[in-house]
Structures are given as structure tokens and as C-alpha cells.
Ligand binder design. Structure first.
Ligand code: ADP
Ligand code: MG
Length: 254
């Protein structure tokens, strides 16, 4: 169980630019739940994700995963629990690495894993993982990250995070996706979203994803949240892919 307890954040306090972005936010996410967070520009979605990842300190409140308080951990320790994927690809994977090297670098965090296999087995392993996505990515293991399309890049980032979570002893880690579809054209956005959903289910990833697209939220989210005026104003279960239209949310979001 992932839990946010009374999270508040005000930027530039005591100045004319003072802005309360989060005001006593409480949230619980079940293991394996796919939660999609909507909200207008500037609603505080990225701030919330960056508080969870530890990049921003909340003014008050706690972030807990299975009772472990993450708020006090170092960034390095936190990286075992939290995987944040950004809309800007430059923030996700190192561009000069090859796909194979990016996997190896990520997995090298788990020392017991990396020493178990030799290079040829490792390449075969990564190719098998990529082939399962059915996008022909297994033919690009030796290409550098920068040469991939935006969509290929994002989906490989998620696959690496999923593998890291599966192979770590922290099976209760959480995946955060901050508008990872934002810079993609409509076709790759669709493909990446479908693959995101497949990976979330296949790896049973506890996931909190931010998007602008109400349609995407209603189609894929187990649960849909709306962040507005510093609080979670709407929280609906959307289990079994009912895909209930959530168009009425557009008033709250805009
Ligand atoms: N480090 C910061 N200092 C001051 N204001 C910030 C900072 N980060 C974000 N903000 C402001 O907080 C508000 C929420 O930002 P953000 O969380 O990025 O919104 P969203 O991701 O929902 O679009 C915005 O008005 C933004 O300008
Ligand atoms: Mg944002």
C-alpha cells in the first residue's frame, strides 16, 4: 500500500509570488493499481510526483510505502522504491548509451542480478524482452538512445523500469509517469499508451500516471483522479476497463 499523508506545498512563501500548490493532499494506492491523475496546467501534478520521487520536499506530510516512510530517505535509497518517467526524454535515459547499455546500467543497481549472466545471454535476454513488445525494437539493441523515436524511447524507459522493479527485492516499488505521452504524435501516443497499459498489467506495476487526455484516463485507468485547487477533487474507480466516459470532467479540468 502506497500512501500520501497530509501533503502540503507552498512555493515562495512570504513573498508576493506565494502560491499554495498542494493543500493537505491524502491518497492511498493499492499494490498493482493503475491510477491516472488529471488536472489543468499548473494544477500541481508534477509537484505532487516530484514530492513522491523526493526531488521536492513537502512543507508537511509524509510519503509511505508499506509503512516505510520515504520522506527521510536519501535520493539513492529512494531510487529503489520510486521510478519517475518524465515527458522530456533527455531526463529519462542517457542519450549516448546503446539500448543494451541503458538496460545494463539500470540493472547494475542490482548486483546479484548482473553477475549471473554473460554478455551473450544478456543480449539475448534484452532482445527477448524487446521482441515481446512487437515493435521490432529487438533489432535496435546496439543503436544509441538518441537515434530512437520519442515513442520508442519512452516505451523502452518503461520496460527498463519494469524490469528493475521485477528484479529488485522491492516488489512494492511505484512507477510514476509524468505526461510521458506529451511530446508524441497522435499515432505513437496511442501505441505507447497501449504498451504502457500492457506493461503495467504484465508486471503488476503500482502506477501513478499524469495525462491531459480524459479519454486515455477513462480507457486505461483502474482509477481516475482530478487534482484541482490543491486537492484531489475527484476520485473514481474505473475497474474492469468499463471505459465509462468521463467527459463531464472536462469542466473541472479546464
Ligand atoms: N520550483 C518552483 N518554484 C515556484 N513555483 C513553482 C515551482 N515549481 C512549480 N511551480 C508552480 O507551481 C504550480 C504547479 O506546477 P506543476 O506542479 O508543474 O503543475 P502541473 O504539472 O500540474 O502543470 C505552477 O503554477 C508552477 O508555476
Ligand atoms: Mg506537469
Amino acid at each position: 500500500m502506497f500512501r500520501l499523508e497530509s501533503i502540503s506545498k507552498t512555493f515562495s512563501p512570504g513573498t508576493p509570488r506565494q502560491l499554495t500548490v498542494l493543500d493537505n493532499v491524502n491518497l492511498e494506492i493499492e499494490k498493482g493499481e493503475f491510477v491516472i491523475l488529471l488536472g489543468s496546467n499548473g494544477a500541481g501534478k508534477s509537484t505532487l510526483l516530484r514530492i513522491i520521487s523526493g526531488d521536492i520536499k513537502p512543507d508537511s506530510g509524509r510519503v509511505l510505502l508499506n509503512g516505510v516512510e520515504l520522506t527521510g530517505l536519501s535520493p539513492h535509497e529512494r531510487a529503489d522504491y520510486i521510478y519517475l518517467i518524465n515527458q522530456l526524454r533527455e531526463k529519462n535515459l542517457v542519450s549516448i548509451l546503446t539500448v543494451l547499455e541503458a538496460f545494463a546500467l539500470a540493472m547494475s543497481r542490482n548486483k546479484s542480478f548482473i553477475h549471473l549472466i554473460n554478455r551473450r545471454d544478456w543480449e539475448k535476454h534484452v532482445k527477448t524482452l524487446l521482441a515481446s513488445l512487437k515493435q521490432g525494437l529487438e533489432n535496435h539493441v546496439n543503436d544509441q538512445i538518441w537515434s530512437l523515436s520519442g515513442g520508442e524511447h519512452q516505451i523502452i524507459t518503461i520496460l527498463i523500469a519494469a524490469e528493475m522493479i521485477r528484479n529488485s527485492d522491492r516488489a512494492d516499488s511505484i512507477l510514476l509517469l509524468d505526461e510521458h505521452l506529451a511530446h508524441l504524435d497522435p499515432n505513437s501516443s496511442k501505441t505507447v499508451m497501449a504498451l504502457t497499459s500492457e506493461l503495467v498489467k504484465q508486471y503488476a506495476l503500482t502506477t501513478l500516471m499524469v495525462t491531459h487526455h480524459i479519454q486515455v484516463a477513462s480507457q486505461y485507468g483502474d482509477r481516475v483522479l482530478v487534482l484541482k485547487d490543491g486537492a484531489i477533487k475527484y476520485d473514481v474507480k474505473n475497474k474492469n476497463g468499463e471505459g465509462k466516459p468521463l467527459q463531464h470532467l472536462s469542466d473541472i479540468i479546464s
